[in-house]
Design a protein around this ligand. Sequence first.
Ligand SMILES: Cc1cc2nc3c(=O)[nH]c(=O)nc-3n(C[C@H](O)[C@H](O)[C@H](O)COP(=O)(O)O)c2cc1C
Length: 211
Amino acid sequence: MKLFNYRKFYKKDSLSIDDVGDNPLEFFRRWFEDADNSDEIIEANAMTLATVENNAPSSRVVLLKEIKDRSLVFFTNYDSNKGRAISDNPNVCASFFWPSLERQVIFKGIAKKTDNDYSDTYFSSRPYKSQAAAIVSKQSDVIHSYEELTDRYNKLLNENKDSIFKRPRNWGGIEINIQEIEFWQGRENRLHNRVLCRLVNGKWDIQLLSP
Ligand SMILES: Cc1cc2nc3c(=O)[nH]c(=O)nc-3n(C[C@H](O)[C@H](O)[C@H](O)COP(=O)(O)O)c2cc1C
């Protein structure tokens, strides 16, 4: 299947260094709110997380759960492929593409586990059945059948009718300390706007990039 003639034209908005200002994470919050308020975007917080283990890259989608002053947080199983990759190499890349806004944002940073209290607080805020799923799923392990998983899940729910689930130790938050952010706004004729923000000695260095 050739896709040579498959192309979209971008013309919704523009982006300058002045638009980004001197606090790129604050600016990201504003773009995030635009995405969140857009009826055409179902999960504005879905981001593609890339990791590298033994020189081999891999990526998958995870859900952003907090935007902090200099970091982003998501939750996962620490024994999953991504969890093992991060403990081997904490350099990660996380990116968002919001098609209806013609915008992309790419973060690079260093990932580490959040502390137990933070992970406990989030775990206890999840719906009961999602908690149970996190407990029974050995994420990224091979299973012999889907029933094997649902049997474990139903057994756990039956055994714990009225009790509160405790967070499994191998499940929790990952915080990405941001070192670099690139904002991309699609423009006409492929002359897109790109603004790169890099943390240098604790201060944001902000430059334009060629498309
Ligand atoms: C929209 C969407 C949201 C997802 N959110 C998460 C998430 O927040 N945490 C997570 O561990 N996996 C999430 N997943 C599943 C991951 O993409 C992936 O399949 C899983 O984490 C296993 O990845 P790994 O084997 O590379 O570790 C999500 C998938 C999709 C499509």
